[in-house]
Design a protein around this ligand. Structure first.
Ligand SMILES: [Zn+2]
Length: 541
């Protein structure tokens, strides 16, 4: 019926085929998944109620916003993220904390939970890889996740801005005429000149900043930093080169998509401990750093259009760790509450831009990996264990290699046993555990610490898991200056979902321009169930 030689018909047929293809492409479901570290349900809904989050408020009324339980027994960021991405809790994933005992090496060492070997169920991106669908990961991947290895081809972009970032060395403060900083073999110093400060490297001037100015400064051919001047002091926070992999199609566009360096840092801890900054000055730094993150995330959503895009933001977590005790204690009043609202307002503005950029069949998912709880003192438990003889003291601290059992300096809730020393001492696991519990009772009775515990099961690597029932932080680190119960430390923590307070609950938000095309009964209330829920959304019709 259709003549081969009739070009107009052929064109028409091709056009309709193209349209069909385009339609299928448009109908393909996609997910943009924003992870807001520590933006738990309690803290988020308080900010929504105070009117500073129009986009989150729209998600609450037009979509879904509810609480979700983080993983058990530990919900620090690495295990909590892994539970979201793979559905595996720490006992399955083998990831036990932000830092955790080095179970593959020397037990007394603390290693990053992002760097250890991973077991348990595969992450959601591996499921997409298996069926040939695309994904983009932005600060979401673990160092030893197989996605970074050979044989993976489904990604559009993999970006890890933390791999070459060293938080312990990144934070620098230089005062004019006094403090100097050794950097790469040369000295950085600051001079005050009229209405500006000048940063010098050796004899060379590398930047001049007016008071209040924030900008990126190149410190050496390879290293740049974010700098901020108050007029007398210069703050420098180093940026890191992102670890990146791009799909073959995108390789020529690397410079358009990924910045040369990723900015990190905030002034929260400095401002709380030392003071002297206005709220604008304190927030200005975080706004600068997070605007880079927000613009990059927006760019990725608009340009790459992966089936699954995961974007991670750490701002709320950074603020909460420093200020949560004040936020909880004085809400809605006080400087800390004002700072929190500013942080939420900034994140909310990018959520709004994401919502405007979504295709009709896309789902916006907001997750927090955990909430936080406030703490107002820290218990140095190993000081008590040393009194019973379980922990040995060395010349410069605890001698953990020669100790029978100790609260691990990773601070991830675990009391671990040293089998060799236990054998030597002729003490059974039960007997050692009982002696630790006597110390806990002493701390609870005499010091009001309110610590609870779980015995480690047969397959758990630890003897006991400890968690606070009230506002005491547990630490296994040595501090010769501090009392056993140190009231000088305050802030926020997220050790375990077992802490009896709504502040620890995580959050799940869902929104789509087309409305929510699923039964609300199926929305998970546990972060470990989110992965399968999202896979069903993508592939079940
Ligand atoms: Zn976290």
């Amino acid at each position: 019926m259709f003549s081969r030689c009739n070009p107009s018909i052929r064109n028409r047929r091709n056009t309709s085929k193209d349209r069909l293809l385009k339609q299928t492409k448009q109908q393909e479901r996609k997910i943009v998944w924003l992870i807001l570290d520590a933006a738990g349900y309690e803290i988020t809904t308080r900010c929504i109620q105070s009117g500073v989050c129009p986009s989150l408020s729209a998600i609450q009324t037009e979509g879904f916003l509810g609480s979700s339980r983080p993983p058990h027994p530990n919900c620090e960021t690495p295990p909590a993220l892994r539970a979201l991405f793979s559905g595996s809790e720490p006992a399955q994933s083998g990831i036990w904390g932000y830092q955790m005992p080095d179970y593959e090496g020397r037990l007394e060492r603390a290693v990053s939970g992002f760097g250890v070997r991973i077991s348990g169920a595969p992450a959601i991106w591996e499921e997409l890889e298996r069926i040939g669908r695309s994904y983009t990961l932005f600060n979401a991947a673990f160092r030893r996740d197989p996605v970074w290895g050979k044989g993976y081809a489904g990604f559009d972009l993999l970006l890890d801005g933390y791999r070459s970032y060293r938080p312990d060395s990144s934070w620098m403060r230089i005062d004019t005429g006094k403090e100097r900083l050794k950097f790469g073999g040369t000295t950085l110093r600051v001079e005050s000149e009229d209405d500006q400060v000048r940063l010098r490297r050796g004899r060379r001037s590398i930047a001049s900043l007016t008071p209040g100015e924030i900008r990126s400064v190149r410190l050496s051919p390879k290293v740049s930093a974010v700098s901020y001047s108050t007029g007398k002091t210069l703050f420098l926070s180093s940026s890191s080169r992102p670890h990146v992999r791009l799909s073959k199609d995108l390789q020529g566009r690397s410079e358009q998509i990924v910045p040369e360096s990723i900015f990190h840092g905030n002034l929260f801890r400095f401002s709380r401990n030392v003071g002297g900054l206005s709220i604008d000055e304190e927030m200005g730094f975080s706004e600068y750093v997070n605007t880079q993150m927000g613009e990059l995330a927006l760019n990725v959503v608009r340009k790459l259009r992966s089936t699954l895009t995961i974007l991670y933001f750490s701002l709320i977590d950074e603020l909460s760790h420093v200020y949560l005790d004040q936020i909880e204690g004085s809400w809605p009043e006080g400087r800390a509450a004002d700072l929190l609202r500013r942080c939420y307002g900034l994140i909310d503005s990018y959520i709004g831009k994401m919502m405007d950029s979504l295709e009709q069949n896309s789902l916006l998912v907001l997750s927090s990996d955990h909430g936080q709880v406030p703490y107002r003192r820290a218990l140095h438990l190993n000081d008590l264990l040393a009194e019973t003889g379980l922990v040995r003291r060395g010349k410069t601290g605890y001698d953990l290699r020669r100790s029978v059992a100790y609260y691990h300096p990773a601070n991830c809730g675990q009391v671990v046993m040293n089998p060799r020393q236990a054998n030597k001492a002729g003490l059974s696991r039960e007997r050692i555990g009982e002696r630790v519990l006597q110390c806990i009772e002493q701390a609870n009775g005499n010091l009001g610490a309110e610590i609870s515990y779980l015995w480690g099961g047969e397959n758990d690597p630890y003897l006991l898991f400890l968690y606070p029932r009230a506002d005491t932080h547990l630490t296994g680190r040595y501090d010769p200056e501090a009392d056993v119960l140190d009231a000088g430390l305050q802030g926020g923590q997220h050790l375990s979902p077992l802490c009896p307070t709504p502040w620890i609950q995580a959050m799940l938000g869902l929104w789509s321009p087309a409305g929510l095309a699923f039964d609300r009964q199926r929305i998970p209330d546990h972060n470990a169930d989110v992965k399968n829920f999202l896979l069903r959304y993508l592939f079940e019709t």
